[in-house]
Every structure is written in C-alpha cells, then in structure tokens.
Design a protein around this ligand. Structure first.
Ligand code: HAM
Length: 416
C-alpha cells in the first residue's frame, strides 16, 4: 500500500461539508467587502519567493518545496499567497487600473515544516490582499474582514496588533536590537547568529528556547516608531474602536515573513495548542515595488483553514451538516427498480435531491441504506404500486405514509 505523504491530509467525504461551509462563508464575507477572487498558479519561479518573502525567513531558508523542472528552471510550490498575487497584479497591469484592488484567494500552500497538530506541509489559506491604499482605515478594514469571518463562524478570537515601522524607523530599531543582543551572541542559536548580521528583527521570531529567553527583555519597536508610523498606528487603533473591534497591543508580534511594514496583526487562540495563530497579516508597502512594480502600498492577511476547523471543533462550534436526500426511491423487483430509476431521473432534472439503489439490495436493506443517507422520505414501488402507477411515500420523521401517483412525484417533492 502507498501511504499519504507526511504532513498532508485527505479531506474525506464525511468531512468535506465542513470545508465547503468555511469556504462558502469566506466567499460570502468577501462579497460583503467587495473583494474579487484572484487565482494564481500553485507553483512560481523560486526567485519570486526568495525576493518577496525574504532571504532570512525560515520559510525561504528551510521550508520551500523547490525543484528543477525539465527545462532546468528553479520552481517552488507556493509557501503562501501574497507573493503570487503581487506578481499577477504587476504582470497584468492591474497596478494601473482602478485602485484599491481588493482581492481574495483560497489556496493550498506548501511548507516543509515538522508536522504537528495544526502544522502541515500542505495546508490551505483564505487570503485577502488590498493593493493601492496607504491610509490606516485600510489596515482596519483588513482586520475587520478577518474579524467578520471569524465571528460569522462562531469563534471568539481577539486580534493582537503591533507596528513594526517603516525602513526609516527600522534602522534605529535594528541598531538598538544589535546593541541589546551583542553581549548574548555566544548564547544565540546558529540561525540567530546570522540573523544578527542580516536582519536583527528576525531574532525576535526565533522558536529556540534559549533565544526566546533572551528576547524577553529586547527593546520594543513601538518605542522607536517615527512620527508618521506612530500616527498611522494611532489612526488604526481609532478605526478599530469605531468599528467595535476589540484588540490588544502586542509589541512582540513581528511576523515570520520579511515584507511587512507598519501594521502587523494576528488572531490567536490557546484552544488549539502550540500552533494557535489562525490568522496573520499586515501592511507591506514596499513589496510591489521590490518585485518590479510601481510604488504601491498594500495590506492583507491569511487565515489557515485547517487551524480554523480545529478551533471550531475544539470550541464546540457546530457546522451545518451536508444536504440530505429529499427522497430515496426503493424498488421491490427489477421492473420496480427501473421505474424508480425513471422517476429519480425526473426528480433530479427538476432539482429534487433524490437517490436510488445501485447495489441490488433487498427492500429491507434499501430502507436501512436510505436511513443511513438521512433521506427525508422513502418512496416504495412494489408490484401492486407499479400496476396502479403510484408509490408509497413514507415521511421518515413522523412515520406517516401516503400514496403518490408517478406523474405527481415532481410536484409532490418540489419544495419538501
Ligand atoms: P503566515 O502567518 O505565514 O502569513 O500564514 C497565515 C496563516 O496560515 C497562519 O496564521 C496559519 O493559520 C496558517 N499556516 C501557516 N503555516 C501553516 C502550516 N504549516 N500548517 C497549517 N497552517 C499554517 C502568510 O502566509 C501571509 N501571506 C499572510 C498575508 C497576506 N500577509 C499579508 N497578506
């Protein structure tokens, strides 16, 4: 037997209705906020991610699924959705179109991580990107979109926000970080030693216990924001308050990807263990230009669908079950089955969810099967019924039966 690759999951028919529900809600919320769907390839040129996501991030240095194709090009399965959306936005000239461009996507993403609960190698994201708007009401809108989705799904999760400033204030902060970490250089992990040189902000994102212990007392970015970044952050807080979105300021949020500027945010929960971040995002004003486009501000986020489903399960949020068949038509013998087949076809054409037997079951076994499917009605056609042109319809919720003519079947079941 060939097994499923480590860190991936099948969504079985018994579970897929949950995915459809969450994805349906994500599309509904997207509509509410006037977001349009963008679909980009599952793989891109590796350079898009190394330049876009950042050379010093764990995602790029350790986690990408990268391979050479037969044309000797370096290709990578997308580890996240932002870089691909930005590439497409630039390549299709949307940067010259009507702004802001408000986009969403539902995608598989791939990261070679150590699998554990809530951490997979293939996972799925609902992501939102808003291109072209620089004011803090847009950052607030991104947060409100995520908040609306989470609330509509019945979850109580609070957003944590922070600002990591712009390249100007980051310079002063990086200097302060280097001064702080310099005495601890020997104690830092191998990766952090190189982060210290290349991108000190990444030191704050290290998962190693020793580094985390040292990080606790590191200087805080909020103390180093320039006047513009400070007032942007103040505006954001005011907009969130206006919209009635509760938030918490967490100066430790720096995010794991390099493209962020100013606002960063995360929705986390302790109910699903160590991998508690269900949604992460922020502003990334430099990325579009960095990937070859015009100067164009942007903000967005992504929700991890597996973590969302885990959280819904852990917190007892029930998901409306799949649609059940309205009617199961059982046939007693071969001729009756043929009639059942014919009526079933008519019902389906009219839009009634109907089912019949395909396994040559006995009438008793057909009833059992209809029950398993959760059919609301079971219509039985026996020899007598076939002669009289009727079927005996049993309402499975109250046990009552009545006779319904074959020619009235569609009329009878429509709207049941
Ligand atoms: P991210 O924080 O790397 O951000 O991922 C967003 C969400 O995807 C996480 O909060 C988590 O729920 C889920 N996720 C990430 N890695 C895994 C994994 N290995 N297994 C299961 N779920 C995972 C981004 O990807 C950014 N592109 C978000 C963004 C959009 N920022 C601006 N625009």
């Amino acid at each position: 037997m060939i097994n499923i690759p480590k860190g991936t999951k099948d969504v079985l028919p018994s579970e897929s209705y949950k995915w459809q529900y969450v994805e349906g809600m994500a599309r509904e919320v997207s509509k509410l906020f006037n977001l349009k769907e963008i679909r980009t390839p599952v793989f891109e040129h590796t350079e898009l991610f190394s330049r876009g996501v950042g050379e010093t991030t764990d995602v790029v240095t350790k986690e990408m699924y990268t391979f050479k194709d037969k044309g000797d090009r370096s290709i990578t399965l997308k580890p996240e959705g932002t870089a691909g959306a930005v590439r497409s936005f630039i390549e299709n000239g949307l940067v010259n179109g009507v702004l802001p461009a408000k986009l969403y996507y539902i995608i598989p993403a791939f990261r070679y991580e150590r699998p554990q609960a809530g951490r997979l190698r293939e996972f799925h994201q609902f992501g939102v990107e808003i291109f072209g708007a620089k004011t803090a009401d847009t950052d607030a809108e991104a947060i409100i979109i995520a908040d609306t989705l989470l609330k509509k799904l019945g979850l109580k999760v609070k957003v944590k926000i922070n600002s990591i400033g712009c390249p100007a204030c980051r310079k002063a902060y990086n200097r302060a970080l280097k001064e702080f970490f310099a005495p601890y250089l020997d104690e830092l992990c191998f990766d952090c030693k190189s982060r210290f040189e290349k991108n000190p902000l990444r030191l704050l994102d290290c998962k190693e216990d020793d580094c985390k212990r040292i990080n606790v007392n590191a200087p805080q970015i909020l103390d180093y924001l320039c006047a513009d970044c400070s007032s942007h952050f103040e505006d954001l807080k005011n907009y969130l308050t206006t919209a009635g979105v509760e938030y918490e300021i967490d100066s430790r949020i720096v995010r794991g990807l390099d493209y962020y500027t100013r606002t960063v945010f995360e929705f986390t929960s302790t109910a699903i263990g160590a991998q508690g971040t269900v949604c992460g995002g922020g502003r990334y004003d430099g990325l579009i230009e960095q990937l070859g486009g015009k100067e164009c501000p942007a903000v967005g986020f992504a929700v991890g669908i597996e973590r969302l489903l885990m959280l819904m399960e852990q917190t007892g949020v029930s998901i409306p079950d799949d649609e059940k068949p309205t009617v199961y038509i059982a046939g007693m013998d071969e001729n009756c089955r043929k009639k059942a087949f014919e009526i079933c076809a008519k019902l389906r054409t009219a839009g009634v969810i109907a089912e019949i037997d395909h396994m040559e079951r006995s009438i008793k076994a057909q009833f059992k099967y209809a029950d398993k499917l959760g059919a609301k009605y079971v219509a039985v056609i026996g020899g007598n019924e076939l002669e009289q042109g009727v079927m005996n319809v049993k309402n499975m919720s109250n046990g009552e039966s009545e006779s319904v003519g074959f020619d009235l079947a569609v009329e009878y079941f429509l709207g049941k």
